[in-house]
Design a protein around this ligand. Structure first.
Ligand SMILES: Nc1nc2c(c(=O)[nH]1)N[C@H]1C(S)=C(S)[C@@H](COP(=O)(O)OP(=O)(O)OC[C@H]3O[C@@H](n4cnc5c(=O)[nH]c(N)nc54)[C@H](O)[C@@H]3O)O[C@H]1N2
Ligand SMILES: Nc1nc2c(c(=O)[nH]1)N[C@H]1C(S)=C(S)[C@@H](COP(=O)(O)OP(=O)(O)OC[C@H]3O[C@@H](n4cnc5c(=O)[nH]c(N)nc54)[C@H](O)[C@@H]3O)O[C@H]1N2
Ligand SMILES: [Mo]
Length: 733
C-alpha cells in the first residue's frame, strides 16, 4: 500500500529511486525502517525529499534521505550514494522521526524557579535573551572581564555550524572553556607521540585487509556501518580477531576471540612484539627507513618482556600470543582498529603506544587495508568562520581560561580570580556523563546563572535556570564530516523548526543582537544571517578540492554526499610522519616533554582497592548515544531500564539471582539497579551501560571517580578519565 501511494507522487527535490525511498538495499530487503505509517497514509500529495546528516558523536556520521509529506517527516533511510552509509541507518538513526516529533521535546524557552525544583515557566525568547545578556554585562562590569562565564559544549551535535556557540562566547570576550574530550585523549596523545597525530585509514579498506584485529572496539554497537566491511572481508577469507575483556556482540562475530584482562593490553602487544623480534618476523626495511629508536625499543623488549610474563599478566595463554603474533606479522596487510573504550584506563596511552609499535615493526603503517586505526581529522579543514570574530575592544582579560571537561566539577570549583559565576551548556549533559556528578552539582550550586540549550530534559537541563529549546538536524541546515570515514554530508533544512526551537547558530545571533541592544559593541558576533550563507563561508579551496565540489549547493545537487579523494584515504602513505624527526618514533622526546617514558614501555594497570574488589565497566550502549536516543519510545519498547551485568559465579557468591535489585557501591557513591546474570562478562567485573536517564534517578557515573588517564594534554589539552578503572562492591539490595 505504501509502495502504491508513494509511486503516484512527484518528487520536487533531488532524485531518488523508489527502492531507496522504501529503504530497499541492493538486496531488496527491509522496507519498514524509520517509517511513520500513519502520517504517510494521509497526504495531500506534496512529497519532498531532503538530504540530512546525522551529527552525533559517532564514527558513522551517516548521510540520510528524508521524505517529507505535507511538511512532516514520514520516512527516513540511509543515502545509497554514500558507500559507507550504504543506504542503511542504525537502530538509533531509524528512530529519528520519533526524535523530532517526540512529545518530550523542549518546546519553548523556559525559566526554572529554584534550580532542580521542576518549577518551570514558559518565557519568550526576548525574555530569555534579556536575562542572559543582562547577566553577561553585569558579570563583565563586576569582574572586569567575561572570564567568570564558562562554556561547556561537546558532543551532542558536530554540525560545523554548531561551532557558532563557541564563536558567540568568543565574541563577548575571553571566557572559561571546558577543554578536552572524553572520547579519545590518551590514545590520541599516544599516536601523536608515535606518528605526530592520530590518522586512520578509510574504514572501507577493511575489505583490503588480510587480517583484522578489533582491539577494544565494539563496532557492532558503536559503528554499525563499519561492520558491513568487516563482515564482507571475513566472507572473502580475512581472519577477524577481537580482543576485549567482554564477550561483546562484535566478539561473537570473530574467528577468534581473546579475553584479555582489562588494562593489560600493553603486555599483550609487547609479548607479541617479543615473539616477532625473536623470530625475525619484523619488517627490517620498513623499520630502518621509516623509524627512529627501534634499537632502544628492541633492547627494552628483550630485556624486560617475556612471553611467560605476558601470558601471566594478560590471562592469554602463551601459545595463543605466539600464534596471533605470527599470524599478524605474516598477513599482508594486517589491520588493527583500536577502540576508544580500550584506552579509558590509567595506562591507556601507554597501551596504545605498544599496539602502535606492533603495527610499525611489521610495516603495516602506510599501507592500504592496513594501519593502526584509531581516529582521524584529515577532513575537518573547514574555515570555522563562526569562531572568527574575536573579543570586543575593552572586554577585559587576555586570553581564554581552560578547565578540564573531564573533571569539570572539581576544576570549576577550583577556578579562582575570577571565580566562575555563569555557565553555558550546549550539546552536553555533564550531570550524567561526567565522573562524580555530585561534584558537578556542587559547581552548579556556585553559579548565578546556568543556561542550557537542549532538545530534551536531561539531568543537566533539570538543574539549570534557563533552557533554550534547540532544533533537530532536520530543522536546521549545515554540513558534517566524520572522525572515521572520508565522506562529507550535506544537512538540509527538511522541515520548519517545531514549536519555538532554534538552532545554536540562530541562538548565537539572537543573543548577540540583544547584547548589542543593551550595550552597543558588547558582542562581535553577527546579529543576523542565513544559515546557507554561513555554511558557504565554511568551505575553502582545499576542502572543495579534496571533496571535488564547488559549493554546499553543488554537493546537495550531487546526491548530498561526497567522498574525499584518494590522496588522504591511506594514512601515512607517503611515510612522512608529523613527528619532530619526520619518522615513526619508537623513541619520542615529545613524550618525555609531557612527562612520559620515551619508549612504548609496559605501564602497570590500576589495582582494585581492598574494599572494592570488583571492576565496574561502563561502555557505550547499543540503543543510545549517551543522553540521546535511548529515551525514545521505540527504543524504550526494546529496553526500558538500565541493568547490571554480573557473571553467574559472582552472582552466586553474592546470592544474587537474575532480576534481583543490586546495590552497587564505592567511596564515590551508590545506586540500585536490576541484575542481569550473564557469562558475557568476566567473574571479577560487572558492567552497566552508559547514558541512561529516562525513568531513573541515577547515572552510571554515580560510582565513577575522576581518575585520570595517563595522557591527553599533548593533542587534546587535557587528560581523559579512566572510566573502566572503576572499582565497586555489590550486594543484593
Ligand atoms: N551505539 C552507540 N554508538 C556510539 C556511542 C554510543 O554511546 N552508542 N558513542 C560514540 C562515542 S562518543 C564514542 S567515544 C565511541 C566509542 O566507541 P568504542 O570504543 O567502540 O566503544 P566503548 O563502548 O567505549 O568501548 C569499546 C570496547 O572497549 C572494551 N574495553 C574496555 N577496556 C578494555 C581493555 O582494557 N582492553 C580491551 N582490549 N578492551 C577494553 C569494552 O569492553 C568495549 O567492548 O562510540 C561512538 N558510537
Ligand atoms: N561512565 C562513563 N561515562 C562516560 C563515558 C563512558 O564510556 N563511561 N563516555 C564518555 C564519552 S566518550 C562521551 S563522548 C561523553 C558524551 O557526553 P555528552 O557530550 O554529554 O553527550 P550526549 O549525551 O550525546 O549529548 C549531550 C546533549 O546534547 C544534546 N543535543 C543534541 N543535539 C543538540 C544541538 O544541536 N544543540 C544543543 N545545544 N544540544 C544538542 C542532547 O539532547 C544531549 O542532551 O560521555 C562520557 N561519559
Ligand atoms: Mo565519546
Amino acid at each position: 500500500m505504501l509502495k502504491e501511494s508513494i509511486s503516484r507522487r512527484t518528487f520536487i527535490k533531488g532524485s531518488v529511486s523508489l527502492s531507496a525511498l522504501l529503504g530497499l538495499g541492493a538486496a531488496g530487503t527491509k522496507a519498514t525502517k524509520g517509517l511513520i505509517p500513519k502520517a504517510a497514509a494521509k497526504t495531500n500529495g506534496k512529497v519532498e525529499q531532503f538530504y540530512n546528516a546525522c551529527p552525533r558523536n559517532c564514527y558513522d556520521t551517516c548521510s540520510i534521505l528524508t521524505t517529507v509529506e505535507d511538511g512532516r517527516i514520514t520516512f527516513i533511510t540511509g543515502n545509497e550514494k554514500n558507500t559507507y552509509t550504504k543506504g542503511r541507518l542504525c537502530v538509533k538513526g531509524n528512530t529519528y522521526p520519533r526524535v523530532v516529533y517526540s512529545p518530550d521535546r523542549i518546546k519553548y524557552p523556559m525559566r526554572q524557579k529554584g534550580r532542580g525544583s521542576g518549577n518551570w515557566e514558559r518565557i519568550s525568547w526576548d525574555e530569555a535573551y534579556t536575562i542572559i545578556a543582562k547577566k553577561i554585562l553585569e558579570i563583565k562590569k563586576e569582574y572586569g572581564s567575561t572570564l567568570p562565564i564558562c562554556l561547556n559544549k561537546y558532543s551532542g551535535n558536530f554540525n560545523i555550524l554548531n561551532y557558532a556557540t563557541e564563536g558567540m562566547l568568543s565574541s563577548i570576550g575571553y571566557t572559561t572553556r571546558a577543554q578536552g574530550t572524553p572520547c579519545d585523549p590518551a590514545g590520541s596523545d599516544a599516536q601523536g607521540f608515535d606518528m605526530g597525530v592520530a590518522y586512520n585509514n578509510d574504514p572501507e579498506q577493511f575489505l583490503d585487509a588480510d587480517y583484522i584485529i578489533l582491539w577494544g572496539a565494539n563496532p557492532s554497537w558503536t559503528s554499525a556501518h563499519s561492520m558491513y566491511f568487516i563482515e564482507q572481508a571475513k566472507e572473502k577469507g580475512t581472519k577477524l580477531v577481537v580482543i576485549d575483556p567482554l564477550i561483546t556482540q562484535t566478539a561473537s562475530k570473530a574467528d577468534e576471540y581473546i579475553q584479555v584482562k582489562a588494562s593489560t593490553d600493553g603486555a599483550l602487544a609487547l609479548g607479541m612484539i617479543r615473539y616477532i623480534i625473536d623470530n625475525q618476523l619484523y619488517d627490517k626495511v620498513w623499520v630502518s627507513q621509516n623509524s627512529i629508536g627501534f634499537k632502544e625499543f628492541s633492547s627494552y623488549v628483550k630485556k624486560n618482556i617475556t612471553l611467560e610474563w605476558a601470558a601471566e599478566k594478560t590471562g592469554v595463554p602463551k601459545p595463543v600470543i605466539e600464534r596471533i603474533a605470527r599470524e599478524y606479522a605474516t598477513a599482508k596487510p594486517a589491520n588493527i582498529w583500536i577502540g576508544f573504550g580500550m584506552q579509558r584506563h590509567v595506562n591507556g596511552g601507554a597501551m596504545v603506544r605498544a599496539i602502535d609499535a606492533l603495527a610499525a615493526i611489521t610495516g603495516n603503517i602506510g599501507k592500504k587495508g592496513g594501519g593502526v586505526n584509531y581516529i582521524g581529522g584529515e577532513t575537518w579543514g573547514f574555515n570555522y568562520h563562526t569562531m572568527s570574530f574575536g573579543a570586543p575592544e575593552g572586554s577585559g582579560g587576555e586570553k581564554d581560561r581552560f578547565v578540564n571537561m573531564n573533571n569539570f566539577g572539581a576544576q570549576v570549583l577550583a577556578a579562582n580570580e575570577p571565580p566562575i559565576k555563569m555557565m553555558w551548556i550546549a550539546c552536553r549533559n555533564p550531570l550524567a556523563q561526567d565522573p562524580e556528578p555530585a561534584v558537578v552539582k556542587k559547581a552548579f550550586d556556585q553559579m548565578d546563572l546556568v543556561v542550557t540549550a537542549d532538545l530534551y530534559m536531561n539531568q543537566t537541563v533539570e538543574y539549570s535556570d534557563i533552557v533554550l529549546p534547540v532544533t533537530t538536524p532536520f530543522e536546521s541546515a549545515g554540513i558534517n564530516v566524520s572522525y572515521w570515514h572520508y565522506w562529507m554530508n550535506v544537512n538540509e533544512q527538511a522541515i520548519k523548526p517545531l514549536y519555538e526551537t532554534k538552532s545554536d547558530l540562530e541562538i548565537a545571533m539572537g543573543l548577540s543582537k540583544k547584547l548589542n541592544q543593551l550595550e552597543l559593541g558588547s558582542c562581535t558576533f553577527p546579529v543576523s544571517g542565513d544559515p546557507l550563507e554561513w555554511v558557504e563561508k565554511e568551505l575553502n579551496d582545499d576542502i572543495k578540492e579534496l571533496f571535488g565540489v564547488k559549493s554546499w549547493d553543488d554537493l546537495r545537487k550531487n546526491g548530498g554526499t561526497a567522498k574525499a579523494n584518494e590522496s588522504i584515504t591511506v594514512a601515512w602513505q607517503d611515510l612522512k610522519f608529523r613527528t619532530p624527526s619526520g619518522k615513526y618514533e619508537f623513541y619520542s622526546k615529545k613524550a618525555v616533554e609531557y612527562g612520559h617514558h620515551p619508549l612504548p614501555v609496559f605501564t602497570e594497570e590500576y589495582k582494585a582497592p581492598k574494599e572494592y574488589p570488583i571492576r565496574c565497566m561502563s561502555p557505550h550502549w547499543k540503543f543510545g548515544i549517551h543522553s540521546q536516543f535511548q529515551h525514545q519510545d521505540w527504543l524504550m519498547a526494546i529496553q526500558d531500564h538500565p541493568f547490571l551485568e554480573i557473571h553467574p559465579d559472582l552472582a552466586k557468591k553474592k546470592s544474587i539471582k537474575d532480576g534481583n535489585m543490586v546495590k552497587i557501591i564505592n567511596e564515590t557513591g551508590y545506586m540500585t539497579l536490576p541484575a542481569k546474570i550473564t557469562k558475557m562478562v568476566p567473574a571479577d567485573t560487572v558492567v552497566m551501560y552508559e547514558g541512561w536517564w529516562k525513568g531513573v534517578n541515577y547515572t552510571e557515573n554515580f560510582t565513577v571517580k575522576a581518575l585520570q588517564e595517563d595522557m591527553g594534554e599533548y593533542q587534546k589539552g587535557q587528560r581523559g578519565i579512566a572510566f573502566h578503572d572503576n572499582f565497586v562492591n555489590i550486594e543484593k539490595a
